[in-house]
Design a protein around this ligand. Sequence first.
Ligand SMILES: Cc1cc2nc3c(=O)[nH]c(=O)nc-3n(C[C@H](O)[C@H](O)[C@H](O)COP(=O)(O)OP(=O)(O)OC[C@H]3O[C@@H](n4cnc5c(N)ncnc54)[C@H](O)[C@@H]3O)c2cc1C
Length: 438
Amino acid sequence: MPITEREIIIVGAGVIGLSSLYRSLEDINNSSDKNNIKYYINLIAKNGPSLDINDIKYAPDYASFFAGAHQRPFPSDYSDDEKLTFQRRESIYTSETFNFFINKGWNLINESTIKFVRGYDCIESPTPEYANFNDGYNNGNLKHFIINDTIDPDLVPLKEQDKCKMINSYDTYVVNTPLYLSFLFKKCIELTKKCKQKIQFKYNFDINISCLKDAIIFGTQSPNKPVIINCTGRGLQWEISAPDKDYCPIRGQTLLISVPKPAISSEGSYISSFFKSKENETISNNNIVSKFEGATITHQSSPEIGEWTFYIQRPLPKSHSDYNSKLYFIIGGTKNLNSSVEEISEKDTQKLLQNGQRMFPNLFANGDWKLERINVGFRPAKKNNKGSDVSLCHKVYNGEPFAIINAYGFAGYGVECSMGAAAHVISLLKKGFKESLL
Ligand SMILES: Cc1cc2nc3c(=O)[nH]c(=O)nc-3n(C[C@H](O)[C@H](O)[C@H](O)COP(=O)(O)OP(=O)(O)OC[C@H]3O[C@@H](n4cnc5c(N)ncnc54)[C@H](O)[C@@H]3O)c2cc1C
C-alpha cells in the first residue's frame, strides 16, 4: 500500500503551540496503522520552553511565561452577540482543559506543576453578569461551585471579606507556566519517540520569521504542501510583517514572591529538620502559610477603583533548586489596555504590594517573604473584546493555495483554554488536510 505523506508546520511554542503539538502527536499516535500515513512536523519559534528549569529566559513577547497561572472563570456578556459567541466557545475550551488535566492525571505528576485547589472570587460590586450567574460562571461549567462562601480568615481577613457583596468558590488549578511548558515539551518529545515510524519531528526555537508565509521554507519542500498552524500569540500576518490588525496588548505587571517552605506543606511533604532551629511561634506562622497552598484567591474592587488583586501559587517540581526551601507565589495584577510599555512601573509595584499585604497579610508575615522578580508581560488580546481566533483559512503563495489554521489571541486566558483550543485545532487540521487535496 502506498504511503501518504502529510506535513504540518507549527509557528509558535507558547502554551497554544505546544498544546496543539501535543494533541496532534497524540491523535496521530492513536490513529490506526492501516492508514499508512507518514507525518512531517516542524515546530519553529522565536522563543521556546527552557529545557533547564533552573534557568528560565523570559522574553516580553512570550506571553506564556508571564501567566500565573490559574483558571479563573468569568460570566458571559449577553448584551453583545459577537462577544457571547467567543465567550461561550472559550468557556468550553476551559472546561475541556480542566478535564484533560484530570483525565491524564497530570496533576499527580510532580514535574507538571499542575495543582488542583479551591478558587475564590471576592467581589465588592458584582456586575449583572456575575449577579445573574451567566454562562461560564455557574455549576454548569464549574465543579463544586459554591455561592456566598466564606474564606478561612487566615487567608483573607474578615474585615476585607465583609466588604465583598459576593464570595464564590469552585474547583480550579494553579500551574507554574514556564515549568509546565518544559514538562509539556518533554511529553511531546516522548510521543515523537513512541511513534517514530509515523512521525518525523524537527524543532527550532531560534527562528524569527517576518511574516507567516516565510514559515514555508522550513518545510520539507516536497510536493506535499504543509498545513501551517499560526500560534504566534499576537497573530502574525501572512504577507505583512505585523500582528493581526485587531491585536491589542493588555500589559500586566505581577510580583513573584517567595516565602520559606513550611515544615508541613499541603502537598504532604514533611521536611523534618528544616525548622528545628526556629522558635514555636515561627513554626505556627509558617503553618498558616501552608494554607495558601490549597487555594487561589482573586479580589475585584469596586468598578470606580477598578483594581484586581490575586495570589497564585507557582508550584515547584522536586528538581527545582528551591523545592526544599521555598514556596513561590505570584501577586497580581495590573491590566493596562493597549499598552506595550516594557519597563517596570515602580508605582505599580508599590500598589501591588500594598493590595497584596492588605488582602493576604499572612503571606507577608514575619518579614520572611522575598521579592524574587517583577514581571511585565502582555496578554495577546484583540480590540473591542473580540475573542481568540481559532479558524481554518487558505492563502496563496507563488500561485499555490496553502491551508492555514489560526490559533491566537487568547488574551488573559490562554493557559486555561489551551488543551480545549488544541482539540479544536486538531479537528480543523483534519479538514485542512482534506481541503489541501482538492
Ligand atoms: C501578567 C499575565 C498574567 C496572565 N495570567 C493568566 C492566567 O492566570 N491564566 C491564563 O490562562 N492565562 C493567563 N495569561 C494569559 C496567557 O499568558 C496567554 O493567553 C497565553 O500565554 C498565550 O499563549 P500563546 O501560545 O498564544 O502565545 P505566546 O506565549 O506569546 O507564544 C507565542 C509564540 O509564538 C512565537 N512567535 C511570535 N512571533 C513570531 C515570529 N515572528 N517568528 C517566530 N516565532 C514567533 C513566540 O516566540 C512564542 O513561541 C496571563 C498573561 C499575562 C501577561
